[in-house]
Design a protein around this ligand. Structure first.
Ligand SMILES: *Cc1c(COP(=O)(O)O)cnc(C)c1O
Length: 413
């Protein structure tokens, strides 16, 4: 952690976070540390690092200085206590489940969930952890699913692709009252639009691959402990991780059991790319959100578009909630074409839009959801999630707005 003033603005703090600790040769970027092993002159120093009594690195799987610099940046962005980075967003989510749950535990999550997260939770359900999927836009549905075995509630801020927004503050009240770990996947909003700490989330997940990295050139994930959860009452912690400061008990177990033992380590090069991307998060988000709003309004006015899903539109079911909680409506939207239009032909006509499954890139990306990322789950589950065959998801980028609107105009014509 560094000593720069916490009153600095978001981008200033991110830009200057590396300099708070002295960097080799005055380099403005944290250098890439590619060493797997770290040598010590004294055996006592080596033992102190292993026993957690001294800061330091033992073996590259447990972290490296380049990744630590990124962890500090994310802790600052989320206004948290500490962060652990991983090789992907999925590795971060998996680490939470592996490190903090035991057979017989129960978790509650949302029906509207990133597809691979849903698939992972379904796997957990075959391995002794009970999982309930409920409509998390309604806190009463979450409450009804809680049991005495519930340990954790996992929700996303804005769900992909239909942009449903979880009832984040009310779910928090349920978790606080029952001392449950409240995990919020903040990927779709990013800490620039929303800090889950503001609704007392315990742990924040970010798929760094998406908006924080922003350039589609590096994978990464992170878990940040906000400091809101009282780990002293949590039954699944190992005695060896209960060091002096209880605020660090959870993140220590996540680093040991979740990162060290499962090995989803963020490599130094990836950490560097993600840290460079993070510098412009605020600028990119402002632009991409403004573009998304303009495109959503444009599409909503087209007779050949049957429905548009974007939290910035006043007709969106959680528009008021988004306005209250977030400082922007995000850069992802989805829409249904008139069934008379072939969605494949429509997509093929787009010229400034890339047909791709990623999101959070600087480039605008579009994908026919039912035929690609939601194909494996089959028609029944798609229907239960409100995913029509003609649904197109657009991750809006930072292109010039007039070019984007012109492209959609000609593709619809
Ligand atoms: C992409 C994504 C993930 C997974 O991140 P990866 O880096 O691709 O593993 C998790 N949650 C959400 C909401 C995502 O969009």
């Amino acid at each position: 952690m560094n000593d720069l003033s916490p009153s600095r603005g978001f981008t200033t703090a991110v830009l200057h976070s590396d300099r708070a600790a002295p960097i080799e040769h005055g380099a403005l970027h944290k250098p890439l540390h590619l060493s797997v092993a770290y040598g010590y002159r004294s055996a006592r120093d080596l033992a102190a690092v292993f026993q957690g009594r001294a800061q330091g690195y033992a073996y590259g799987r447990q972290g490296n200085p380049t990744a630590t610099a990124l962890e500090d940046k994310i802790t600052r962005m989320e206004d948290g206590v500490a962060t652990v980075c991983f090789s992907t967003g999925m590795a971060a989510i998996g680490a939470i489940m592996i490190a903090l749950l035991r057979a017989g535990d129960h978790i509650v999550s949302s029906t509207f969930l990133f597809g691979n997260t849903y698939s992972m939770f379904a796997t957990l359900a075959t391995q002794g952890i009970e999982v309930s999927f409920v409509d998390a836009t309604d806190a009463r549905a979450v409450e009804a699913a809680l049991t005495p075995a519930t340990r954790l509630v996992f929700v996303e801020t804005i769900a992909n692709p239909r942009t449903q927004i979880a009832d984040l503050a009310r779910i928090s009240e349920l978790c606080t009252a029952r001392r449950l770990i409240y995990v919020v996947d903040n990927t779709m909003t990013s800490p620039y639009l929303f800090r889950p700490k503001s609704v007392q989330a315990s742990l924040v997940v970010n798929a760094l691959t998406k908006y924080i990295g922003g350039h589609g050139n590096a994978l990464g994930g992170s878990i940040t402990d906000t400091g809101a959860f009282d780990w002293t009452g949590f039954p699944n912690l190992y005695a060896s991780y209960k060091a002096a400061n209880p605020k660090l008990w959870g993140i220590t177990q996540l680093r040991k059991k979740g990162l060290r033992d499962w090995g989803g380590t963020l490599a130094a090069e990836q950490a560097h790319h993600l840290a460079v991307g993070a510098e412009t998060l605020a600028l990119r988000m402002e632009r991409a959100c403004a573009n998304a709003m303009a495109l959503a309004e444009f599409l909503a006015a087209q007779s050949r578009v049957r429905a548009v899903y974007y939290p910035g539109l006043p007709g969106h079911p959680q528009h008021a909630l988004a306005r209250k909680l977030f400082s922007g409506f995000g850069a992802l939207l989805a829409f249904e074409l008139d069934p008379a239009l072939d969605c494949f032909d429509f997509l093929d006509r787009l010229q400034n839009v890339v047909l791709s499954s990623n999101l959070g890139d600087n480039r605008t990306l579009a994908i026919p959801v039912a035929h690609t990322i939601y194909w494996e789950m089959g028609p029944e589950r798609r229907a239960s999630m409100g995913i029509a065959d003609s649904l197109i998801r657009v991750s809006v980028g930072i292109e010039d707005r007039k070019d984007l609107i012109a492209d959609f105009t000609q593709a619809l014509a």
